[in-house]
Design a protein around this ligand. Sequence first.
Ligand SMILES: [Zn+2]
Length: 298
Amino acid sequence: MKTRLIASILASVILLSACGADKTSDKPSITSSKITVVTTLSIFQEITKKIVHTTPTTVESIIPSGAEPHDFEPTPQNILALKDADLFIYNGLTSIEPWLTKTLSFLPSTAQLNISKVATLRENDPHYWLDPENDIRAVDAIQKALSEKDPANKVMYEKNAQNLKTELRLLDMTYATQLKTCEIRTIVTAHDAYNYLAKRYNIEMHAIAGLSPESEPDAKTIAAIIKLVKEKQIPYILFETLASPKIAETIAEEAGVQTLVLNPIEGLTEEEKAAGKNFMSLMEENLTVLKKAMKCTM
Ligand SMILES: [Zn+2]
């Protein structure tokens, strides 16, 4: 039913665009800084907000707070909002945004920024924002796209992007240093979200579920993980904020170990937002959790 509704709205949107082919020229002139940016993941919203800083640009994420992005499907209102966006920034991989292909068909390519095109990818794994190197690439791509839409503020966008990249480099160095000397190099996580992070900081990751938190493990996988936890004396099972902790908790109980929260930062909960948390602060919290789970000495 929902899909049919979206399809009919899409059809009318396409029809409207066809009728008023010159509609785009009604948009604010190129020197105006009042542009509208819509993003999928909150990390892209955060990067964009930091780059546009105090300009009157609006930056909205279509994924509501507390929603698990793998489960998200745009509403007809989301689709209509996209039609008016000067720039739509998205992850680009179907393993997290399966609804994307049909939604993008009516958006001009100049209004689209697919971050997966600039990130270094590991197959179809969409969690590339957990490697700061990819966030730096995202910062560059977003800065460039904003500067093209709003050349009057180009110098300021470049400066803000530079500052943000410095923060990300510092974060990366802190991770590398503090995760270097640890008793344990294996972690067990709720879903397969940490390949990029694990690869970058030399961690062996075992996930209970697949690339999406909904891909439930079978009994054999669960048994293998319990065996691994016991053999490697892994002290904690790491579960996450936006998905159900049930299976992770069951495994921890059966293996006789504790749980900790490792956040894949796929989005922010209402509580995290209210507490002023963001990607940077959550990455710092994750580092504290990893150091505890891996028994690091730094
Ligand atoms: Zn995920």
